[in-house]
Design a protein around this ligand. Structure first.
Ligand SMILES: [Zn+2]
Length: 137
């Protein structure tokens, strides 16, 4: 559902497509505006997630497995946006996909956080938890 950026009304009507973007007109205040088409928004979401994971040290193949985006596509995005990993990790991060309850359980157990770094990122209707262990015993 789209809303008018000017008056927040949802009484809007489509009024053509300009440069691949859907154009709307607000019936309330007559304001014209455009939004990205839905397909493009979803693409952008996966581009951002893929680049995030790449920066966190995951391999192309792992990103493919997690996001369902081919590793060739991910490589293209990395090149296109000129993303460089800041450094090569000596140790490899582990990751798991969980729902919010499993996330809560993970954080409740202090042992899980000892000597480790954790990043949580939204992934569809679940969460991905990426963990680095700094000190191995
Ligand atoms: Zn309006």
């Amino acid at each position: 559902m789209e809303f008018c950026p000017q008056c927040q009304s949802n009484k809007i009507i489509k009024s053509g497509v300009i440069n691949d973007r859907q154009r709307y007109k607000c019936k309330q205040c007559s304001y014209n505006f455009t939004v990205n088409k839905l397909g493009k928004q979803i693409d952008q979401y996966y581009v951002t997630k893929a680049l995030q994971l790449y920066l966190e040290g995951l391999s192309y193949r792992e990103i493919e497995r997690i996001l369902g985006v081919s590793h060739v596509t991910v490589m293209k995005w990395v090149r296109k946006y000129q993303i460089k990993q800041a450094f090569q990790n000596e140790y490899h991060p582990t990751y798991k996909i969980c729902n919010s309850d499993e996330l809560a359980d993970f954080f409740k157990d202090q042992q899980n956080l000892k000597g480790a770094g954790v990043i949580v990122t939204e992934l569809g209707n679940k969460f991905m938890l990426i963990k680095w262990e700094r000190f191995k015993e």
